[in-house]
Write a protein that binds this ligand. Structure first.
Ligand code: FDP
Length: 305
């Protein structure tokens, strides 16, 4: 357990990981309505380029600055990194946080779902999947909710306009009977083995396509109904699109804590190696039987079912 200490002339105190994680969740919930309320008027691209070579929307930068100021000034946070910053900011000593301030911001214009993702590591950045001590995402959908994985348990909260939040489900589990699937990337760029796997899923009459273009929204479909989400390796981008530290690790952690499975195509997302905070990885998460079938298909094994 990391202990963060802060001394002043008159007092000294230390925070446990649990206290720091609770404060992080409080900040995510408190900031969510402000991010949501700040979206109108910020649905345009900036002239800047982020470390992934994309032009962020004004809303991406706004959300990043709000979260950087709040999380960075929290006692017990040693590093703050986000998709919008080229390197991690040194913010003191303690846990490291990796933030995707506005996941799925391409959905801003079409006014569809988006999210904020937070990964909390008990290690300097870039961290390993095994360094995760908590992960959470806020979903700006029809309502604002937060999924948080702490100590192996996943809970679902509703967030109110004043930033308060309360649980709507205390132990979220990935349903064992899968019903939905959604995969990103251009279909012509899907590798042949992945294409065959998708055809196999599509031929199953119990499965329905659900793809909204924001990972957090698509993952939440899988968490709610059971199934599989993937942003695969592409023929023109073998590591796919999603980032290990900001997306792959935290989403893999949440899904695994909820009894699901995660994979980069051959191993758990939490086992993926990462030496740079902006590394990418193919991402597949969902019902264990489907993720296992996917790994078999990508390894060139015929479907045994
Ligand atoms: P976005 O670029 O809009 O932020 O994080 C990247 C992400 O969204 C994911 O949320 C989403 O799953 C994916 O990219 C969508 O990519 P495509 O537009 O290629 O489908």
């Amino acid at each position: 357990m990391t202990e963060s200490t802060a001394d002043s002339e008159s007092e000294s105190f230390s925070l446990t990981d649990d206290e720091i994680i609770n404060s992080i969740l409080d900040i995510l919930a408190r900031t969510a309505p402000e991010i949501r309320n700040g979206l109108p008027g910020r649905r345009v691209k900036t002239n800047e380029e982020n470390p992934s070579g994309e032009s962020p929307m004004e809303a991406d930068v706004f959300a990043d600055e709000l979260l950087r100021n709040r999380l960075g000034s929290l006692d017990g946070i040693g590093e703050y990194a986000s998709e919008e910053r080229s390197s991690a900011d040194d913010t003191g000593s303690g846990l490291s946080v990796c933030i995707d301030p506005l996941d799925g911001s391409s959905n801003l214009k079409s006014n569809a779902a988006m999210g904020t993702i937070a990964a909390v590591y008990d290690a300097p950045l870039p961290a390993r999947g095994s360094d995760l001590v908590a992960a959470a995402y806020v979903l700006y959908g029809a309502t604002t909710t937060m999924i948080a994985a702490v100590e192996g348990n996943v809970a679902d909260y509703v967030i109110y306009q004043d930033g308060s939040y309360e649980p709507i489900e205390q132990e979220v589990r990935v349903p064992s009977e899968p019903t939905v699937y959604g995969f990103g990337g251009r279909v012509p760029n899907w590798p042949r083995d992945f294409n065959s796997f998708v055809s196999d899923i599509e031929s199953d009459t119990s499965m329905k396509l659900r793809y909204g273009g924001a990972m957090v929204g698509d993952v939440n479909q899988v968490l709610t109904y059971g199934g599989i989400f993937g942003y695969p390796a592409l023929t023109n981008a073998p590591s796919g699109k999603l980032r290990v530290q900001f997306e792959g690790y935290p989403i893999g952690y949440i899904i695994e804590c909820a009894g699901g499975a995660s994979s980069d195509g051959s191993q758990s997302l939490l086992a993926v190696e990462s030496n740079d905070i902006h590394d990418r990885t193919p991402v597949y998460v969902g019902t264990p039987s489907l993720v296992e079938r996917l790994e078999g298909a990508l390894a060139g094994k015929a479907d045994s079912e």
